[in-house]
Design a protein around this ligand. Structure first.
Ligand SMILES: [Zn+2]
Length: 113
């Protein structure tokens, strides 16, 4: 019954002349380090997924068009970032659609141009 559970210490001859490259403890430490690395990687992966989910489709379009003044994403008058679509004032001027952060900026722009 207890034969299979005999501790290895009862067989010192097996260990004599054999130098193990790694002790059991070292092997365990290696495994723990490996697990920690995996945890970090999966956490980063999860964060990246959350970040992707936080971007609404229209926000992506907003950011893509955020280059240069007057384009969707920036106020044509003051250059402020247009973060909320519902707060953005859209106006076609000289056949070009312009975006403003407020009606104030739209009026100012129309007066100046
Ligand atoms: Zn503005």
């Amino acid at each position: 019954m207890a034969e299979e559970e005999r501790p290895e210490k009862e067989y010192p001859a097996e260990e004599q002349g054999i130098e193990p490259e790694e002790t059991e403890e070292e092997k365990r430490l290696d495994m723990e380090e490996g697990e920690k690395e995996e945890e970090v990687y999966s956490e980063e992966g999860r964060e990246a997924l959350v970040e992707d989910d936080e971007i609404e489709p229209w926000e992506e379009g907003f950011m893509e068009g955020a280059e240069g003044p007057g384009q969707q994403g920036k106020c044509r008058e003051c250059g402020a970032a247009l973060l909320k679509k519902e707060d953005t004032v859209e106006k076609e001027i000289d056949g070009e659609v312009c975006f403003f952060c407020s009606n104030k900026c739209l009026e100012k722009y129309e007066q100046e141009h």
